[in-house]
Design a protein around this ligand. Structure first.
Ligand code: SAM
Length: 183
């Protein structure tokens, strides 16, 4: 996989906005599905044609209040050109489902956040995908620390050959980036 990191230790929202603007620059229509929308801070700073945010917490932003992991299967993806997966940790379950969806359009930009350290638990879908579900509990920190590697391996397995991201290292390793669906 061609990985193009832009290293920075600037943690500001402006970095996220920068990478999102870069991600969508080739799009004619910017129709965003924001699965972990929070207070909509990011996308309030970017011009969109359409925006649909979801967050499990009430009163955070202008969102549908729901658990994105649970309702993902019921979302119609065909009209979205951007899907933002700005979750805490890495939503392996959502990426796995995403790649199997027939209504996901070629050219859709997937914006991701991947955050890990040795204490952040990996979702079960990654354990199963990489066959370490039986060993995980023996040395969780070893697996947790490699979660971002597993994430890129998973993308490669599903045919993603290029990602662009920037990296921050503090108590966590954080990647903010994007890739484009090509099918
Ligand atoms: C990193 S913040 C997103 C910030 C957002 N991009 C913004 O610009 O304001 C992650 C958000 O995911 C939400 N969240 C966590 N688990 C969720 C779930 N299962 N379903 C939906 N939202 C969830 C949290 O409430 C939090 O607002």
């Amino acid at each position: 996989m061609n990985q193009q990191p832009i290293k920075t230790d600037n943690k500001s929202i402006y970095d996220k906005i920068f990478i999102c603007k870069q991600a969508i620059q080739g799009l004619t229509h910017v129709r965003v599905l924001d699965l972990f929308a929070g207070r909509n801070v990011l996308w309030n700073n970017i011009v969109t044609e359409d925006y649909f945010g979801i967050d499990r917490e009430k009163y955070k932003g202008k969102n549908l209040v729901a658990d994105s992991h649970k309702i993902f299967d019921s979302l119609d993806l065909k009209n979205f050109t951007v899907i933002d997966v700005d979750s805490y940790g890495i939503s392996f379950d959502i990426y796995k489902k995403l790649f199997s969806r027939k209504d996901l359009q070629s050219g859709t930009v997937i914006i991701y956040t991947a955050i890990t350290n040795e204490f952040t638990k990996i979702r079960n879908e990654a354990k199963i995908e990489f066959n370490f579900d039986k060993f995980y509990n023996k040395a969780p920190s070893l697996f947790n620390a490699r979660a971002i590697e597993f994430f890129y391996e998973m993308l490669a397995k599903y045919g993603i050959s290029e990602v662009n991201y920037y990296e921050i290292r503090d108590h966590f390793l954080k990647h903010y980036g994007y890739f484009i669906i090509n099918r």
